[in-house]
Every structure is written in C-alpha cells, then in structure tokens.
Design a protein around this ligand. Structure first.
Ligand SMILES: *[C@@H]1O[C@H](CO)[C@@H](O)[C@H](O)[C@H]1NC(C)=O
Ligand SMILES: *[C@@H]1O[C@H](CO)[C@@H](O)[C@H](O)[C@H]1NC(C)=O
Length: 227
C-alpha cells in the first residue's frame, strides 16, 4: 500500500475527532467528547439515568417502553410502532425485567452466548435453552418461573400459575390441584368443598369427589343434561 495513502487516512481519522470520542466510564472535560447519548458528569462520560450503557460502553441505549426514534434499544429489544410513537419492546421470546433495563430470555428461548435467562431461570448448558431452576415451573406463556406447590413464598405472584401464597407456602388456588404445578380439578378428582369443582359446569362435591349434579349425566369429562 502507498505510504502517503496510509498517512492521509490516519490524518482524516484523527482530524474528524473520531479517535477522541470517550467511551462511557472514561474521563472527559465536556459532553461533546462523550460517545452517543452520554454526557460528561464528574469528569467521566456517563449515560443519563433513563439510559443503559451498551455492553462495550460505546453508546447509551433506550430502555423498554422508551421512545427510540433514531436511537438503539437495549439488547434483545427492538424499536416498534405503538399507539403512534416508536418505543423499545423486548423481542419475541424475551420478557422485560421490572426496571425495563434488561430483556431476559423466557423458558425455552435460546440462551447460548451468555444471553441472560428470566428470573429463577437458568441456561441449560446442553440444550442452550432457558429453563426454570429446581423447585420452580413456568407459567403458560413461559414468561415466569414460579415456586412450585409447597415451596416458600412471600406473595401470590411468587408461586406457580393458579397457586396462592398461603402463610408462606405455595398452595393451589380453589378449583386447582397439584402436586407440583396446579391444574383444574376435573370430574372424579378429590374435593373437600363445593368450590373445588367449580371448573366443571353442573358438578358438585359429593362424597369427597367431583361428580355431576343430580339431574346431569357424566359424558366424557362434562356433565350433560340429557341422558
Ligand atoms: C464499562 O464501564 C463500566 C463503568 O464505567 C466499567 O465498569 C466496565 O468495565 C466497562 N466495560 C467495558 C467492556 O469496558
Ligand atoms: C383421594 O382421596 C382418597 C381418600 O381420601 C385418597 O386415598 C387418595 O390418595 C386421594 N387421591 C388423590 C389423587 O389425592
């Protein structure tokens, strides 16, 4: 390569200020020196409070639900049209954390290459998919790993789907049965109170089992009013 060409390129890069741009966390004297969206605070480039530094500290990214016209969203999120404005939303297979500064892979989503899994989830190293940690199970849209029945909880939302937190322990809600996750109580299942059978139309709790009420006949798993 022609030496004068190399010198020319070096000169253009240097004089454009490109090499002088400071990454997040590095020193600065004014905000113009800082990378995309960052400003100079206490002599260091920093993202504004409502922004998240890119993993390599070269830009400030928009959180979930923030306007993103012309700006990049956090990892695993995209800029989408919502009610007339463009906002960042987690991609399919991902769920936001409470702060909106991370999109986490749901149960069953590819987590290879260090993609973070949802809360109480972990990356199965063989399958490279997120799964719930022991003692937890996913809800029906795979966006939560809840504590299984008989596990410890503080509030209802700690527990698996259709369970409630009863004095610090997850238990299936009325009308649902365990043993680990909760499913609807069906005809022929054990019951202790009338409401236990509420998911089967025209069923009652008779002799501790869900059965069809007097004028109904069981046909498959439903109570039918004609014989
Ligand atoms: C990004 O900046 C933070 C805080 O200034 C620092 O702790 C971290 O090591 C930096 N990351 C990289 C990849 O440079
Ligand atoms: C239903 O109740 C009977 C009698 O109490 C008990 O032996 C049985 O194990 C129960 N079945 C289930 C699935 O809980």
């Amino acid at each position: 390569m022609d030496a004068s060409f190399v010198i020319l390129v070096a000169f253009v890069v240097a004089s454009s200020g490109f090499e002088l741009t400071s990454d997040i966390g590095t020193s600065c004297t004014n905000s113009e020196q800082c990378v995309n969206g960052a400003s100079c605070v206490n002599d260091k480039c920093a993202c504004p409070d409502d922004h998240v530094p890119h993993g390599d500290n070269t830009s400030c990214l928009e959180k979930v639900n923030s306007q993103c016209e012309g700006r990049d969203c956090i990892a695993h999120a995209s800029c989408v049209e919502l009610d007339g404005s463009r906002v960042c939303e987690c991609n399919v297979g991902f769920v936001r954390n409470a702060a909106g500064d991370q999109c986490l892979a749901k149960v069953g989503t590819d987590c290879s290459g260090g993609v973070p899994c949802l809360g109480d989830g972990t990356c199965d190293v063989t399958a490279e998919l997120c799964e719930c940690v022991a003692g937890h199970s996913p809800n029906s849209d795979y966006s939560i790993c809840g504590v299984n029945v008989q596990g410890t909880c503080n509030i209802d939302s700690d527990c698996v789907q259709y369970a409630v937190c009863n004095e610090g322990t997850c238990a299936c809600d009325v009308g649902f049965k365990g043993p680990e996750t909760c499913v609807k109580i069906a005809l022929g299942d054990n019951c202790t109170m009338p409401n236990d059978c509420k998911h089967v139309k025209h069923a009652v709790c008779a002799e501790k089992q869900c059965a069809c009420a007097a004028t109904y006949t069981q046909q498959d798993n439903v109570c039918s009013d004609f014989a």
